[in-house]
Design a protein around this ligand. Sequence first.
Ligand code: SF4
Length: 435
Amino acid sequence: MGKTLAEKIIGTRAQKEVSAGQIVLVNVDVCLTQDGTGPLAIRQLQKINLEKAANPKRTVLFLDHAAPSPRRELANDHITIRRFAQKTGACLSEVGEGVCHQIIAESYLNPGEILIGADSHTCTGGALCAFATGMGSTDVAVGIALGKTWLRVPETFKVEVDGKFQPGVYPKDLILHLIGTIGADGATYKALEFCGETIEKMSMSGRMTLSNMAVEAGAKAGLIASDQITKEFLRKQGRVSKFKKIVADQDAVYERTIQINASELTPQVAFPHTVDNVKSIDQARGIKIDQVFIGTCTNGRLEDLKVASQIIKGGKKHPKTRMIVVPASKTVFLDAMRAGYIKTFVEFGAAILAPGCGPCVGVHEGILGDGEACLSTMNRNFKGRMGNPEGFIYLASPATAAATAIAGEIADPREFLVKKRFKKTAKKKKSSRRL
Ligand code: SF4
């Protein structure tokens, strides 16, 4: 019987043939914790006298959620993490380096590997065709110490996407559409396997947006076959030797197949307070927005900042709307500076924060006031997510976020792109007349 991507990867690391439903013990390749979950994992290991890392070079402790630390207790948690790293030789990703999932993709994870992380969006690594999944701190603690974990091999939903996105429509719109269709619990403990011509042509950045939000439909993993795009990504990161081609078998067994035509999609917006409360831009436009936030492990990459900066360039931020931009990693920040995107954001009036989670988790750097609304490129909009249960969070693509920052209300990015194109053509015509 043919194998899905999940069955192939887990089978290789379990060193036996596996199929959906089986519970297996696997070797873990990479482990991660962040500053919210790391101290819990460390305390568990201290309690059972197992304060060690089986594979320190591939155990990564991130300081990204509350970094720089906003409070004394959190600063003390950072100390606990730094001490554990020093004692065990585990890697420490310091304040300012960036969001765990972005750095794991940039510097650690390879196709065919298993990553367990004490953070729900660990599934982002599925874009590299690794079985990457979030677990509780205790499970990850044991994985860190022993280099093994147990998994139930998930059944897989095949998400087949064909067609070309219209200008102004992006992978974020695709994943919001999918979650809106199947629901926030529509794929509980399943693996989502994204495939089809749209995915084959999609950049690694777009693929990471899809895999990142797999867990928002309840999925255990969000996997994409490794191909030339994966190889090129690894080459840029200096790890091309780690490339491995992994594709699902033609006769793999899927629990469900979902087909989506990308060319029919419009910009999507998830309304408060659930990520599956998704509506088309036509139903969202006109809603007043106090804060626009571009960043996170979902949409804080160079490609995201490029799209947003192209829309705002030369435009004016709405006086009643503030804008926060957080590059997902130091590398993204530097690349965005070189490309001029950061200058564009600053001139526009955005506040640029240090690479990390920024206001996403609601502990600092952009907590909403009572009754305020934020349009964010993040992946969650639960009540209180941005630090105030009286706030309202709308989720959308970086393009929609940029258009909204200009309009002061939720706006359709396609209109801004059309205006830009029109201006460019007019300018060209004018200069050719002069010649
Ligand atoms: Fe979690 Fe947000 Fe940080 Fe991503 S950016 S890891 S969703 S807090």
